[in-house]
Design a protein around this ligand. Structure first.
Ligand code: PLP
Length: 405
């Protein structure tokens, strides 16, 4: 039977302590033991089903982790306080002094900054490459390489990674393939394509209400146990633990993710086609003009579409800023970073979420000044939204007055 992440989430059944339809929220940082021996065994990692301390795990965090593991098709998962909390813990769990990481050069600015500026302090080096060029990825592998890192669909350029091919490379050279799937939940299931570890910033589509930050690491039981190890586990020792109250709130939002993703994707497809038709330089993996359209189509679960993210290039930062300010005034979306909200969000990544990347490197990877990244919302009438956006584009001179559709 076809792997369907939304069905897998739906098949889970949790009741609250008093038969509630939602699981009870664990409102404790610490847990009692009936015997001192069990407490000792739990510290040693040998007391399944016992809770020790909520930085280690809590019932609410485990419920959410189980649901996300079901979604990604991994053995288990560990939720974290933010997406960066997941990324930093995974990379420093897998790498130590002298190790080398190969990363896609188009990744979220915070991840880029961590690998470029922070991990070298611990003598962990990173090569940033065009991840779609498999030959250059293989050429860059050295005896010290431990991790291949990419985003399924990259932030902000929407490059698409060939996860199956990267997984083959990783297996051949004994590397761990870590994939950040934040931009394509449900549509792409990286672990099913061979990724060893799948990360999400839950802050985005998965939670979907822009009211919290959160993250998750999906992987094998062995890897998640390592991360939680009280002696040397990065998740346990860095302490970027999700609060139980938040975990229960994200779990409730996760239940509507499949409906939201369908609407985000349908709206983004409509706008991408319409933007392209009126002559705007538009990037969206669902367009046949996207260089990796075929690749995305091959990997995707078609029920959920090509996702809610698209970019247009309006030529200059000044025009981009003018257009975004006007669209916000007309209530067509918000000039804000982040993604996955019910409302369309737009920002110019070169001067915001990717500003950690030096200008010359931005130019090399094709991140231009006039690029606007859109996270398309759940608008009920996307045709009306398009017409109003087109008017804004005409008013700021991004489009000629006489353009018709
Ligand atoms: N991964 C991607 C692709 C992102 O876009 C972001 C944030 O924008 C992150 C990770 C970091 O997540 P968080 O802000 O939840 O720490």
């Amino acid at each position: 039977m076809k792997f369907n992440p939304a069905d897998n989430i739906q098949d889970l059944q949790y009741f609250g302590e008093f038969g509630g339809v939602n699981p009870s929220i664990s409102d404790s940082s610490t847990y009692t033991f009936l015997s001192a021996k069990t407490m000792f065994d739990t510290f040693e990692g040998n007391a399944d089903g016992c809770y020790l301390y909520s930085r280690h795990s809590s019932p609410s965090n485990l419920y959410l982790g189980q649901a996300l593991a079901a979604m990604e098709g991994t053995e288990t998962a560990n939720v974290t306080a933010s997406g960066m909390g997941a990324i930093t813990a995974v990379l420093l769990q897998l790498c130590g002094a002298g190790d080398h990481i190969i990363s896609s050069r188009t990744i979220y600015g915070g991840t880029y900054a961590f690998l470029k500026n922070f991990t070298p302090r611990f003598s962990v080096a990173t090569s940033f490459l065009d991840i779609t060029n498999l030959a250059s990825v293989e050429n860059a592998i050295t005896k010290n390489t431990k991790v291949l890192y990419c985003e399924s669909v990259s932030n902000p350029l929407l490059e698409v990674a060939d996860i199956e091919a990267l997984s083959k490379l990783a297996k051949k050279h004994n590397l761990t393939l870590v994939v950040d799937n934040t931009f394509s939940p449900l549509s792409i299931a990286p672990a099913k394509l061979g990724a060893d570890v799948v990360i999400h910033s839950l802050t985005k589509f998965i939670n979907g209400s822009s009211d919290t930050v959160g993250g998750v690491i999906c992987g094998t039981q062995e890897f998640i146990n390592d991360l939680r190890n009280v002696n040397d586990g990065a998740a346990m020792l860095f302490g970027s633990t999700m609060d139980s109250l938040r975990a229960s709130s994200i779990l409730k939002n996760l239940r509507t993710l499949h409906i939201r993703m369908k609407q985000h994707s349908a709206n983004a497809m409509y706008l991408a086609k319409a933007f392209q038709n009126i002559g705007l330089k538009t990037v969206y993996p669902g367009l046949t003009s996207h260089p990796s359209h075929e690749q995305f189509s091959k990997m995707m679960n078609s029920d959920y579409g090509f996702g809610g993210m698209l970019t247009i290039d309006v030529g200059s930062l000044e025009k981009a800023n003018e257009l975004m300010e006007l669209m916000q005034q007309r209530n067509l979306g918000y000039l804000a970073v982040s993604l996955g909200f019910y409302k369309t969000l737009f920002s110019a990544p070169g001067s915001s979420t990717s500003s950690e990347i030096p200008e010359d490197e931005q130019a090399e990877m094709g991140l231009t000044d006039g690029l606007i990244r859109f996270s398309i919302g759940l608008d009920n009438n996307i045709e009306r939204t398009f017409k109003d956006m087109k008017k804004c584009m005409q008013e700021v001179g991004v489009l000629p007055q006489n353009v018709t559709i």
